[in-house]
Structures are given as C-alpha cells and as structure tokens.
Write a protein that binds this ligand. Structure first.
Ligand code: SF4
Length: 360
C-alpha cells in the first residue's frame, strides 16, 4: 500500500514519527515534492483566503497528489504535550482542507492528543491500524518505532544536524519520493519564478565577520524554502544561524518560568522559550522572528519576544510572510537588520560555540 504524505505543516514537525509508524507496518509513504509555484497556486485556489500561508501550502500539496496512491494521510494533531493545545487551524484539520483532496482519493486520519496520555494515543493508533488491517500487536511495535524515530530526530537536531540532513535520513527509510527527489534540494529548490532565487543572496552586504542570528519560527515556515523565499540560504550566506530546535526542552521551560500565566499553545511555548533563551545569550547578535499573516498565536508571542529582546538590548526583527511577499522587500529588510547589528558599536559577538545551541 502507498500513502501520500503532504510535505507541509506536520511533515516539518513529526514526519519521523509517522515514518517509523508506517515503516513498521510495511506501508510505503509517498512524500509530495517540495513546494513550487504550481503547488502554491493550487493551494491558493483551494484554501480559504483568510487562512495562513502554511495551510494554503498544505492545500496545494493535497491538490497535487496523483490518483496512483491509495490514500492521503492527514492526522488531526490536537496536542503534543500536557496542558497545551496546537493552534485552532491545525485542530481543524483534516476537515478544513478536504476540498483540496482530489476526488476519489481516500483520506486516512487519526486524532493524536497527548494531553490524554500515551495509552489514549496508542488506542487512536490502533484504530488507524485496524483501518489498515493491522493487528494491535503490530501497532504496538509501530508505535514504539515511531517514538524512537522522533526521539532520534530531535537528538539529531540538538546535536547540530541540519533539518535537511535529518529529514533525508528518515525519508530514505520510508519514502519513495526520496528516491526521485533528494531532500537535499529542499533548501535550494527552485523550479520557477522570482520567489527567493539564489542570486538574491549576492545583494546582501559583504562582511568578513559574520554575526550569529537566532531564527525563531514555526518549522513549516523556517524550512519551507519556497514559502519563505529561500530565507535560510540568504541568511546563511551572511550569518551563522541557530534555531529553535537547537534549544533543549528543559531550557525552553526554564525561560518561560517568569511568565504570569503559562502559555496555552505548544508551538507558542517553544517559540517564545527558545526566543527568550537567545535574547539572553551574549553569543547571539540578533533574533529574527519568522511569522506569517493570519497567525493568531504568533501575533501574541512575537510581541512578547519583542519586549524581552528590548529589555536585553538585543536586535530583533519580525519578518511576516504571505503568498504576495516579494524577494526584494525581504532582502532589503535582512540587509537593514544586519547593517544595524554591525553599527551597534561592539561588532559581532565572539564566535565561540553558542552555549547550549550549536550553530549551523
Ligand atoms: S500556528 Fe499560525 S502559522 Fe501555524 S497553522 Fe496556526 S495560524 Fe497557521
């Protein structure tokens, strides 16, 4: 059996988990191709105008699946830890994007709610397994494999392996797409259009000394090279980068202790905790928050992080994307930000290894 797995939203957070689950059940995943103009345009036609860019991109990936697969996988991720929820737009999946699924294609879904405990997640996975004619004991093995792969992925990221390197590893275990479309092309994938062309990076200011920049954002924006106009490649040409994923969970929790109320959204917690940690880190020269129009959770967390950065005199910038964002505007803002850091007076922070977070 071959199941389509859209390269959007949950791919960027939990693909290793699902790769382990389906691999143990002997089911092949066909990951959709990296986003391109055709995919985005299909998404814009199928998704609601009011929704955020990542949901539009997801809709485009769904609409691009060919009928030679048996089903498409669209989990409903309710919660990934105790006492928090994912954002309402993610909770609304799969129903909110069903219009994008090609006619006749079966949708496989499962509700994953870690708030209700591991036993409940196991039950949900058993229900999904039953739909695939798999026994409870087979699902138990698959669940263990899924957790093992997800842990391995998180360790790889903390140890400094890039997103692309890590995903290549897991795609090679389960995805036929990896055989035809190397994931290594993800961060430079360009098949058309002016969105984020590689040449853009040559317009950035030249400097021998490179600042260390913390890039804070949802993984499905940070590593979605087409959607973010290839921001990573542009920044990497001029700066050392550290990411949210390089910060340990315990550090994230520590950096949120002084909030008056705990944050309700898991993603917001991770973004803000990692952002606070970098705002206080003397080896980080500046913090960039990558957001998108229409994101309710970011509208709050980006402002909270701005206050912390201001209090710590840390240069801070918010980049907000949508499908109309242009490369020229992005480059201008990045240039201005790096210039501002350079003019700040003390030059860049010393490039010893960033404490508790390896640079990439
Ligand atoms: S957290 Fe923001 S960007 Fe992510 S799905 Fe929700 S609204 Fe969209």
């Amino acid at each position: 059996m071959k199941i389509g797995f859209p390269r959007a939203i949950f791919y960027f957070d939990t693909f290793p988990f699902w790769a382990g689950y389906f691999e143990a059940l002997g089911i092949e995943l066909q990951v959709s191709l990296p986003t391109n103009r055709a995919i985005l345009e299909k998404g814009l036609k199928k998704a609601s105008d009011d929704t955020c860019l990542p949901i539009k991109i997801l809709s485009g990936h769904l609409a691009s699946f060919s009928p030679d697969i048996e089903a498409v996988f669209l989990p409903r991720m309710v919660s990934i830890e105790e006492k928090t929820y994912l954002c309402p737009k993610i909770l609304g999946l799969p129903e909110s994007v069903l219009a994008a699924v090609p006619d006749g294609l079966r949708v496989l879904t499962v509700t994953v709610n870690w708030r209700e405990g591991k036993a409940q997640v196991q039950k949900s996975l058993e229900k999904l397994g039953a739909e695939l004619n798999k026994s409870k004991s087979e699902v138990r093995v698959a669940f263990a494999r899924a957790q093992e792969y997800q842990r391995e992925y998180e360790e790889m990221r903390r140890a400094g392996r890039t997103f692309v390197e890590s995903m290549e590893h897991f795609e090679s275990l389960s995805s036929s797409a990896a055989k035809t479309q190397p994931t290594a092309q993800l961060e430079i994938a360009r098949d058309d259009s002016v969105r984020g062309s590689e040449e853009g990076s040559t317009r950035l200011p030249h400097s021998e000394r490179r600042p260390t920049i913390a890039l804070i954002g949802h993984p499905y924006l940070t590593y979605e090279s087409y959607g973010n106009l290839n921001l990573l490649a542009k920044l990497k040409a001029k700066a050392k980068l550290v990411f949210m994923e390089n910060v340990e969970q315990v550090q994230i929790e520590d950096n949120l202790k002084d909030l008056r109320k705990p944050l309700f959204w898991s993603q917001g917690k991770r973004l803000l905790g990692a952002g606070h940690s970098y705002a206080a880190n003397t080896y980080v020269d500046g913090v960039i928050y990558l957001s998108c129009f229409g994101c309710g959770t970011d509208s709050m967390t980006q402002d909270m992080l701005a206050r912390r950065a201001r209090a710590n005199h840390k240069p801070y910038m918010v980049l907000t994307l949508d499908e109309h964002s242009g490369e020229a505007g992005l480059i201008t803002r990045v240039e201005a930000f790096l210039d501002m850091i350079e003019r700040k007076g003390n030059g860049f922070a010393p490039h010893v290894r960033v404490k508790d977070a390896k640079s990439q």
